[in-house]
Write a protein that binds this ligand. Structure first.
Ligand SMILES: Nc1nc2c(ncn2[C@@H]2O[C@H](COP(=O)(O)OP(=O)(O)OP(=O)(O)O)[C@@H](O)[C@H]2O)c(=O)[nH]1
Ligand SMILES: [Mg+2]
Ligand SMILES: [Zn+2]
Length: 307
């Protein structure tokens, strides 16, 4: 029987079968993740094949993972050479950020967007907690919106507290599987609770956590909005290590640099000190945002020191 993983809590998976019923499932025997070095062999969003245990009809055994179209992965916190799968087979990434309580860094936003570009996952940036923004932070939001919108990332300003901005976000969720990511405490679960008011129980649980960054959510979980729309709540990301991105392709994951591909004097230009570099020209002309170029350089140099 075919199924989709809705939740994973270590070695047990909650799987929704084709017929709509949920099973507690385990993986059969030892299961190696073919080409990925990851700490978890399966994640939310994985399509699997399973057999139902005739003795315990609510339990199933997974024996096949259908090849993934994409995945979001972060570096494992305890085994740094390994990744941890957050979600698979997704259509859209909703990156929830805040300019206050806690503040999301621009470097983090850019790293996250690069990993979305690498898998061609469209990304939406939701700036939450607008109720806490003063004039200066509102200006910062408007600046960032001007930076990211032309690159193809829709920016939305929300306040879950005031229920502002949801009317802009909701239409983007229909007909897709969306994963909601971001640092701990930015309001991911609060958003999921607004989308699914019937999960009121969960609201109760998290409403106590008035402080930031407590890592309230510990496992990713998927919810059905309707037949064709799914939303995945995920645990807060501390640090986003990038995987498998070579120096010479890094700029391809910056849409504004990708546009200039092949125009530099040297075909293997790294866009740092080379003469005749169109990317640097664009940075000087402010057609590439300085913050974006800074992110590019910091990732490039960080990769060098890791060698
Ligand atoms: N002022 C304000 N607080 C908010 C807003 N949205 C969420 N919060 C609060 O922020 C805190 C953290 O929210 P959560 O939804 O638990 O955050 P999370 O992103 O799920 O965090 P993790 O599960 O730890 O990754 C809670 O106290 C929320 O009530 C908002 O728009 N404005
Ligand atoms: Mg949460
Ligand atoms: Zn160049």
């Amino acid at each position: 029987m075919k199924g989709t993983i809705y939740k994973s809590t270590g070695s047990w998976y909650s799987v929704k079968a084709e017929d709509g019923s949920f099973y507690n499932a385990r993986l059969r025997g030892k299961f190696k993740n073919l080409d990925l070095k990851v700490t978890n062999p399966l994640s939310v969003g994985d399509f699997v094949e399973m057999t139902i245990d005739p003795l315990t009809p609510t339990e199933a055994v997974i024996f096949t993972i259908v090849p993934r179209t994409n995945y979001i992965i972060r570096r494992s916190s305890h085994k740094t050479a390994f990744g941890h799968l957050i979600a698979c087979n997704i259509d859209q990434s909703i990156l929830l950020v805040t300019l206050k309580q806690p503040k999301t860094s621009i470097g983090f936003i850019d790293r996250f967007l690069i990993s979305c570009e690498a898998f061609r996952i469209p990304a939406v940036i939701v700036f939450n907690k607008s109720d806490l923004y003063n004039d200066e932070l509102m200006e910062e939001y408007l600046y960032l919106k001007d930076v990211y919108t032309p690159l193809g990332y829709t920016c939305i300003l929300t306040s879950m507290e005031k229920e502002d901005g949801l009317q802009e976000l909701m239409p983007l969720l229909y007909g897709k599987t969306s994963v909601i990511s971001g640092h701990s405490g930015v309001g991911k679960s609060t958003l999921v609770n607004k989308i699914f008011p019937e999960l009121a129980l969960r609201t109760d649980i998290i409403s106590d956590h008035s402080q930031k960054g407590k890592h309230t959510t510990t496992f990713a979980e998927m919810y059905d909005l309707d037949e064709t729309s799914k939303v995945i709540d995920t645990p807060g990301i501390k640090e986003l290590g990038l995987f498998e991105i070579e120096d010479n392709v890094l700029s391809h994951y910056f849409p504004e640099m990708r546009k200039l591909m092949g125009q530099c004097r040297f075909h293997n230009c790294r866009h740092t000190n080379e003469p005749g570099c169109k990317v640097k020209d664009a940075v000087e002309a402010f057609t590439i945002a300085p913050t974006r170029y800074e992110s590019y350089c910091s990732i490039l140099f960080e990769k060098e020191t890791h060698r």
